[in-house]
Structures are given as structure tokens and as C-alpha cells.
Design a protein around this ligand. Structure first.
Ligand SMILES: [Ca+2]
Ligand SMILES: [Ca+2]
Ligand SMILES: [Ca+2]
Length: 728
């Protein structure tokens, strides 16, 4: 039972007093003759209806708390304070995002909801001292930029400016659409270059250094050439009256030691925590579960570690997906999640090195989220697999002052297989009802084809908004990298711990956690991610979402034990399933022995998937990057018997392919194959003639005769798909 007071006709409720920490219900407030406030209410320890309590207190005990000033240093402290995010923010704020999302997106029921020109979009263009400046963000304070992500192509000309509190001169300036090169001069991870970033190539960076402002913030871009500019700016807006000290050069310089300290802390989080440690090592039989009761509250789990030895498990990936981490705090189930997903690894054990999680490939998985509870907490491990699993658990618990700002930590897991795209859709991570702060997600997805799984903007709806206050620009942008696909990488708040193949065929994991950029919600939050593949495919998505909330909050995502127990598909299965069928009776040229070649050039297998692979036998061919007239290649394959056969060749035509002549077993073929076509396509069947095997083999020689007058580029390449032997 909490009494709150408002000083602005109910707009905000800055003052409060907890009267009863257990369940409570119907209440009456009154003013007593002596000026005291009285409250009569129902209350109890197990249910709210065990007793009726009369309490009184002086009005002065409800006065608003001392206004605390928000400064660069206070924000840096908050950034590395694990416990801060487990309490409802004080001072209160909202978190929103400005981005270059396609402005053709206006409403779910209007065309353009999935519009994907998510670059070069601005609020407006204005003239400042004779320069055209495009406005990226324009927000009233008191507030703070808490994340600034951007990327561009190799043209890095132009100037980015941050104007604060209505000043005519920018407080900060960044040349070259590059936060690494401007006024801040702050190293990683607070300003983090994206993997693959080159100063003069494609790529960008992400800023996590807070940029506080008291009254107003405007960010502009003065273009320097035609280019693709993408951006996302996350910013807090504090309750009116909050004192926020606007960043100045002097404040930035004064904060340098703190910035260095924060950078060091983020890069190497301490992997121990003071407190009482509770451990248990168990062998969990198939289909069984075991619980570990934590010490009575109020207390908080500040470190949780699981260790699963890989040996002698048949499939570690399956074992970790089927091993469920469940937590119950104060009578609510707050966590239900497969172990490897919970720790940000996705499917299997992939190294994770981040502020909140560490996963080592030896089977140790750690999280450092602070998980407060008021009275009781229990960690349960459930083994949904058909095999036993050995697991040890280690929870470190510290005292926690449970107050009316304390929240429970939650994690839920939403899995869906058979996700066909197209059609384009918004795939829901989670819908939350209640009051809390959204602090991150892990997306583990399985892509069966060798084409990037695609592009999707996050759409985050807070407290029933009619338009999402976070509308992003693409999956990789949300996860703070750019120009996907990218290699495996780690940063404190974002990472990509798993990518099976450069083009994302197989398993992929991306993960992001939030602290300063956590999103408070007062009534509800809905997180959707667009599903827009580059090519039609059927994906499997599993999203783990992390959030803090007051007791009573709920999610639309329910435990999915059946899905967690499913066999985990493998990359090999994806490749097999994605391989187009062979032509009946085909002998694949790409599998034949290359017996001889005339010069030094590439001859080898080529995956034709980018060209519509199923149009070729097995979707693959033998590609020759022959360079000149007269270059030749000999390939051979065993004959089925000694009988003569008619040989029919299936080849490929392309804009840069040459003209070929052939011989089989030393006998010239009169017809010539013109390999040229306007696009990459299978050539019509080419009859080589009837031949007898020689030494139990057929040998096919292909020689570059010339090039079609219309041929482009290399001009003399060739491609051979397969040969079919027919009865003469
Ligand atoms: Ca879009
Ligand atoms: Ca997009
Ligand atoms: Ca082939």
C-alpha cells in the first residue's frame, strides 16, 4: 500500500510513502483533526484480506524528494551502476528515438508500413548562417541523448552539429558523418566503431556517451555530397522541473577521468560480486526439474552463473535449448527461458563478452543483472530433453532495500518456426502490460538459405501510442552494427555472438541490452520487428526479451516447453534442404575431375543461388575464369559401362562468358557454344554427339574460341552445369 502525492494536479507523482509492503487492497484516505493523514486499508501477508489496518503519518513525510541534478558525471555513474536500473527511474523520464526511417511509413493500415528507404530522411531542412542544415532530432529538454547510432557509405563529407538550449553556435561538431572524428574524442566502447568500419569506406559507429541538455536539443546534418546516411538517436526526456546540467566543453573535460573509468569498466566488467553465494551441482534426469530456494528477502541476486559441461552430451545445442531457467520471485514467475538464449548466446555455446552477460565456450554462462525480491525467490532448472544433463548453478545474493521503486527482473522467450516471408510482417517479440523498464533482447534465428535473412525495423509502442516512438532503420542498425552481414563481434551492450555462414545461412544470434537507453513504460510496451527477407524463405525466430517491472506486470508470451524441446536444426540440414534438385540422370560438371588446363586461371565449383539456383542441376556449376582465346580445360568422369552414349551438355550463358568449342575423348565436336547472354541463365541443351568411352571414362575438353561482340567484362569465362548420357 503506497500513498503518492502530486504537486501539479496529477501530472506527475514525485512523492510517495510505503505503508504496507505485502498484499493490500481497498483503502480510504482522510485528514485527522491534528492534521495527520490517515489511511484505513485491507492488508495481509498471503492475501490482501487478512486484516484491516489503520495508519497515520504527517503530511511532511510526503514532501517531494530533494531534486537531484542530472549531470554528465551522474549519468556516467548510472551507466555503470548495475543496481540503478532495477529501480524505477528517479527523476522520471521517457525514452524515444529519432531516426532516418522511411517517412512513407505512416500507419499500419496505410501503404508504406514496411517502406524501406530508411536513409536520408530528416525532420526538415533549415538555413543556418547561410548553410542548409537537415534536422535529425529536435526535442525539448530537460533531456539527454543516450545512444546515437549512424552509418554511411564511403562518402564521409559534411558536418554534423549538436545545438543545445537554443544556442546559435553548436555545442558539438562532427565532421564526415562520423562520431569518431569530432569534438568528443572519446574512445571505445563509449564511442564504438562498427565491425568493418573504415574511415574512407562503408560503415559507422555508435555513441553511448550521454549528452545531457537542460532546455533543448537539436541535431543537424549539413550534407557534403550525395550519399546514403542512416541514423538513430535515442534520447531521454525528464519530467518538467528536473535540473539537467547541459554538457559544455568544460564539463566534458572535467568528466574525462570518469569517462576513462567507464570505458575501462565497460570493456572488462568485474566477474565477481560480493554477497552470499548459493551453489548446487546436480544431474537433472530427462524431463525433471530441481529448485534452489534463495535466502529470504528483501535481497537481490546480483550474479547468476550456470555451468553445463559439454561432455558427454550428444548435442550441446539441444541440451542448452531444452534446459530451462525459471525464476519465481515473490510469488510470480519472472523468468522462463532456455539457458543459452537467456545468456545472449542463442543456440549453443557462443562466446559472449558484454556488460551484463559473459558466456565462455567451456560451458560457463554468467549474468550480472540485479534481480531484487521482497520476500522469496527460487531458481528452478527444468530439463525438457530426453537425456540427462549435468549442471551447476551459482547465485550470489546481496541485501537490497526494497522500496516502492524496486522492480523484479523478467525474461521471456518467444519462439516461432515456419515464418514465411514474404508477405512482409511485424513479428512480435513481446507485449507487456504493467509498469516497468524494457532493457533488451536476444534474437536467435535460423535461416535455411544462403541469402541474408533480411532487414527489419524495430517498432516499439509505449503506453498505447498511435505511432511507435521507436521506429528504426534495420535489424543490424538496431543491434548497433551496420552493412550486414558482418563477422561475429562483441561490444558491451550489443553483439553478434553467432553467424554460421558469411551470408547468414544457418544459425545467427544478435543481442542488445539497454541501461541508459532503457525504455520506461507506465502501462504497456509492445516490441515488433519487421520481417523482410531479401529472398523468399521460411525462417525460425526465437526472441528473448529482458525487462524490469513492478509486481503484477504480465507478458503476452507464455512458456513454450514444446518448442524448447524441439530438435535444433543444423547448418548441414539447411544446406541439404536448400540445395536444388539434380536433373534426372545428371552427372554434375562441378563434381568431375579437372584433368588438365592450359594456363593459370580459376576452375572450380560455383553456387548459383544468387542467380536463381534451382534453374541449374544441384544449383551449382563448374566455373572457369579463363582469360584468353585458346585457354582450355579437360574434365573427366567414369562411364557407366562400355556402351556408346549420346552426350548432352547443359551449360550456362552470361554477359561475360565466351564462345566455346569442345572435343570428347579427342574427337572434335563440330558445333560451337555461344556462352553470351544478357543475363546469367541456363543455356539450351547442347548435343555433343555419340561417343564410346575410352579407358572406362569420358573426357570433355572445352576451349575458348572467342567472344560474342556484345560480351562485357571478362568476356572469356565459361560455366558448365551437367552432362546427361542418353542411349544413342
Ligand atoms: Ca522502414
Ligand atoms: Ca529498413
Ligand atoms: Ca550442376
Amino acid at each position: 500500500m503506497t500513498v503518492r502525492a502530486s504537486l501539479d494536479d496529477g501530472q506527475t507523482w514525485p512523492a510517495s510513502r510505503v505503508l504496507w509492503v505485502g498484499p493490500s487492497a481497498y483503502s480510504d484516505l482522510a485528514v485527522l483533526a491534528d492534521g495527520q493523514i490517515a489511511c484505513l486499508y485491507e492488508a495481509g501477508s498471503a492475501t490482501p484480506y487478512e486484516t484491516i489496518v489503520f495508519g497515520s503519518f504527517p503530511l511532511t513525510s510526503l514532501s517531494a524528494p530533494e531534486a537531484t541534478e542530472v549531470t554528465m558525471e551522474s549519468l556516467l555513474r548510472e551507466l555503470t551502476d548495475y543496481g540503478a536500473i532495477a529501480r524505477w527511474p528517479q527523476p522520471e523520464f521517457t525514452c524515444r528515438q529519432a531516426s532516418s526511417y522511411d517517412r512513407g511509413t505512416v500507419a499500419p493500415d496505410k501503404p508504406g508500413w514496411f517502406a524501406n528507404n530508411d536513409q536520408n530522411q530528416f525532420i526538415r531542412t533549415e538555413q543556418t548562417q547561410g548553410r542548409p542544415e537537415r534536422v535529425m532530432m529536435d526535442a525539448d529538454g530537460p533531456g539527454c541523448i543516450v545512444r546515437f547510432w549512424l552509418t554511411t557509405d564511403q562518402n564521409k563529407k559534411g558536418t554534423l552539429r549538436v545545438y543545445l538550449d537554443g544556442a546559435a553556435q553548436p555545442a558539438l561538431e562532427f565532421p564526415a558523418y562520423d562520431l569518431l572524428s569530432g569534438d568528443l574524442k572519446v574512445g571505445p566502447p563509449l564511442i564504438q566503431p562498427h565491425p568493418g568500419y573504415q574511415p574512407d569506406g562503408n560503415g559507422g559507429n555508435t555513441l553511448y556517451l550521454p549528452i545531457p541538455y537542460g532546455k533543448h536539443c537539436k541535431v543537424t546534418w549539413e550534407e557534403g555530397g550525395k550519399s546514403a546516411r542512416y541514423y538513430q538517436i535515442n534520447y531521454r526526456t525528464y519530467s518538467p522541473g528536473t535540473v539537467v546540467q547541459t554538457i559544455t566543453r568544460a564539463a566534458l573535460e572535467a568528466a574525462r577521468p570518469a569517462i576513462v573509468r567507464v570505458n575501462n569498466a565497460l570493456a572488462a566488467p568485474l566477474d565477481n560480486a560480493p554477497g552470499q553465494t548459493i551453489t548446487n551441482a546436480i544431474e537433472l534426469a530427462a524431463g525433471s526439474e530441481q529448485s534452489l530456494a534463495l535466502p529470504p528477502g528483501p535481497a537481490a541476486v546480483c550474479r547468476l552463473e550456470l555451468h553445463v559441461p559439454a561432455d558427454p552430451l550428444a548435442s550441446l545445442e539441444h541440451a542448452l535449448r531444452s534446459l530451462i531457467l525459471k525464476m519465481d520471485c515473490d510469488g510470480e514467475t519472472t523468468v522462463w527461458c532456455p539457458a543459452s538464449d537467456f545468456f545472449g548466446s542463442g543456440v549453443g555455446l557462443n562466446a559472449v563478452q558484454s556488460w551484463y552477460r559473459t558466456v565462455r565456450t567451456n560451458g560457463t554462462m554468467v549474468c550480472r543483472w540485479v534481480m531484487p525480491y521482497q520476500q522469496t525467490a527460487r531458481v528452478t532448472l527444468v530439463n525438457l530433453a530426453e537425456q540427462p544433463v549435468r549442471v551447476s548453478i551459482r547465485a550470489t545474493v546481496t541485501p537490497w532495500q526494497w522500496d516502492d521503486r524496486s522492480m523484479h527482473f523478467h525474461a521471456v522467450w518467444h519462439h516461432e518456426a515456419g515464418l514465411k516471408t514474404p508477405p512482409y510482417r511485424d513479428w512480435n517479440f513481446v507485449k507487456l502490460a504493467g509498469r516497468g523498464v524494457y532493457v533488451g533482447d536476444t534474437l536467435a534465428l535460423f535461416n535455411p538459405i544462403a541469402t541474408w535473412y533480411g532487414e527489419g525495423d524495430e517498432k516499439i509502442w509505449v503506453d498505447g501510442e498511435s505511432f511507435p516512438s521507436h521506429l528504426g532503420t534495420g535489424t543490424e542498425d538496431y543491434y548497433s552494427f551496420s552493412y550486414a552481414p558482418m563477422p561475429v563481434h562483441q561490444t558491451p551492450f550489443c553483439g553478434e555472438p553467432r553467424i554460421d555462414q558469411p551470408m547468414t545461412q544457418g544459425h545467427n544470434t544478435v543481442t542488445r541490452t539497454r541501461n541508459l537507453d532503457g525504455i520506461p513504460f507506465r502501462r504497456s510496451l509492445q516490441f515488433d520487428l519487421e520481417l523482410i527477407s531479401w529472398k523468399p524463405t521460411t525462417l525460425t525466430y526465437a526472441a528473448t526479451t529482458y525487462w524490469y517491472a513492478f509486481p503484477g506486470a504480465s507478458a503476452n508470451v507464455q512458456p513454450q516447453p514444446r518448442e524448447a524441446a524441439l530438435p535444433v536444426p543444423t547448418l548441414a540440414e539447411a544446406i541439404a534442404a536448400a540445395t536444388p534438385p539434380r536433373k534426372p540422370g545428371a552427372i554434375e560438371c562441378e563434381t568431375m575431375t579437372v584433368r588438365a588446363r592450359s594456363g593459370d586461371f580459376f576452375v572450380g565449383e560455383q553456387d548459383l543461388e544468387p542467380f536463381g539456383g534451382e534453374r541449374w542441376s544441384s544449383g551449382r556449376q563448374l566455373l572457369g575464369k579463363t582469360t584468353a582465346v585458346g585457354d582450355s580445360v579437360e574434365i573427366e568422369w567414369p562411364a557407366p559401362d562400355a556402351a556408346p552414349r549420346q552426350l548432352v551438355l547443359y551449360a550456362t550463358q552470361a554477359p561475360d562468358y565466351g564462345t566455346l568449342r569442345f572435343s570428347v575423348n579427342g574427337h572434335a565436336v563440330p558445333a560451337v557454344l555461344n556462352g553470351f547472354a544478357d543475363s546469367v541463365q541456363p543455356a539450351p541443351a547442347f548435343v555433343l554427339g555419340v561417343f564410346k568411352p575410352r579407358d572406362g571414362k569420358f573426357t570433355l575438353r572445352a576451349e575458348v574460341l572467342g567472344a560474342d561482340p556484345a560480351a562485357k567484362g571478362a568476356k572469356y569465362f565459361f560455366g558448365l552445369d551437367c552432362v546427361i548420357l542418353e542411349k544413342p
